[in-house]
Design a binder for this molecule. Structure first.
Ligand SMILES: C[S@@+](CC[C@H](N)C(=O)[O-])C[C@H]1O[C@@H](n2cnc3c(N)ncnc32)[C@H](O)[C@@H]1O
Length: 238
């Protein structure tokens, strides 16, 4: 089964399980929103509608948080799982957030934008390393100068021993948060599709793609928030 079909099959229960399966949920997503927000607020101040592209948007968790932090932003949610996007559409409509959804693979050409922010959470680790590098280049290409890219991601440990430790810690944390064995088993099945890469390699690929001020803005074991911005905005002095 393709990974998007696995997510589609759990679209109705996905949001509810997140609090148990992502131990640092609020800081993790909250940091991604803080990284994404400045160019969106700058667009509003300039009298423009801020445009955001959410890659692997799923049920819209990150899109909803961005929309709440920057009212007036317009969201484009891209995902290969139509049932996940249908849940997202319902939640965004209920909050009167301007948006549209695109059923597509992350390997497909991106909607052209230009975007003030390209955001993503827990999706890009489904691509192999070549696919991640290529997507980082394409994300850079659809951003406006000064726009930001942020990826709240599941990463690999820098060594096999640390990677094993990340998994051990995650298992203990999700059990402490009340996740039942069946839920953990289903998550492990989805994780068999994961191809996470270490923070250091990914920051290198972001720089190689042309991003400036690349950083890891948050990290707690296997959960990390990485990003950078496209040069040439008003703050770059050019
Ligand atoms: C763990 S969910 C994350 C959803 C959402 N971003 C969030 O933070 O809750 C991963 C999402 O990535 C999507 N996905 C995985 N691989 C994909 C691909 N190659 N192309 C498009 N979407 C993909 C899945 O369909 C799923 O909705």
């Amino acid at each position: 089964m393709a990974v998007s079909a696995l997510f589609d099959s759990m679209a109705g229960s996905y949001d509810e399980s997140r609090r148990r399966l992502v131990p640092c949920l609020e800081e993790f997503y909250g940091t991604a929103v803080e990284v994404a927000a400045p160019p969106l607020r700058a667009a509003l101040a300039a009298g423009r509608t801020p445009e955001v592209l959410d890659l692997g948007a799923g049920t819209g968790l990150l899109s909803l948080l961005v929309a709440a932090a920057v009212p007036g932003a317009r969201l484009t949610l891209l995902d290969a799982a139509p049932a996940m996007l249908a849940v997202a559409g319902g939640q965004l409509r209920a909050r009167a957030v301007a948006h549209h959804t695109v059923v597509a693979d992350l390997a497909d050409p991106l909607p052209p934008g230009p975007y003030d922010a390209v955001v993503s959470a827990l999706a890009i680790h489904h691509l192999d390393d070549g696919g991640k590098r290529d997507l980082y280049r394409r994300a850079h290409g659809v951003l406006r100068p000064g726009g930001v890219f942020v990826n709240a991601e599941q990463v690999a440990g820098p060594t096999p021993e640390l990677d094993r430790r990340y998994h051990e810690v995650w298992l203990a944390q999700v059990a402490a948060l009340g996740s039942e064995p069946a839920e953990i088993e289903a998550a492990r099945e989805r994780m068999s599709f994961d191809r996470p890469a270490p923070v250091r390699a990914q920051c290198g690929w972001l720089r190689e793609a042309g991003f400036a001020d690349v950083d890891c803005f948050f990290k707690s074991w296997r959960f990390a928030v990485l990003g950078g911005h496209r040069s040439g905005g008003p703050g770059d002095g050019g």
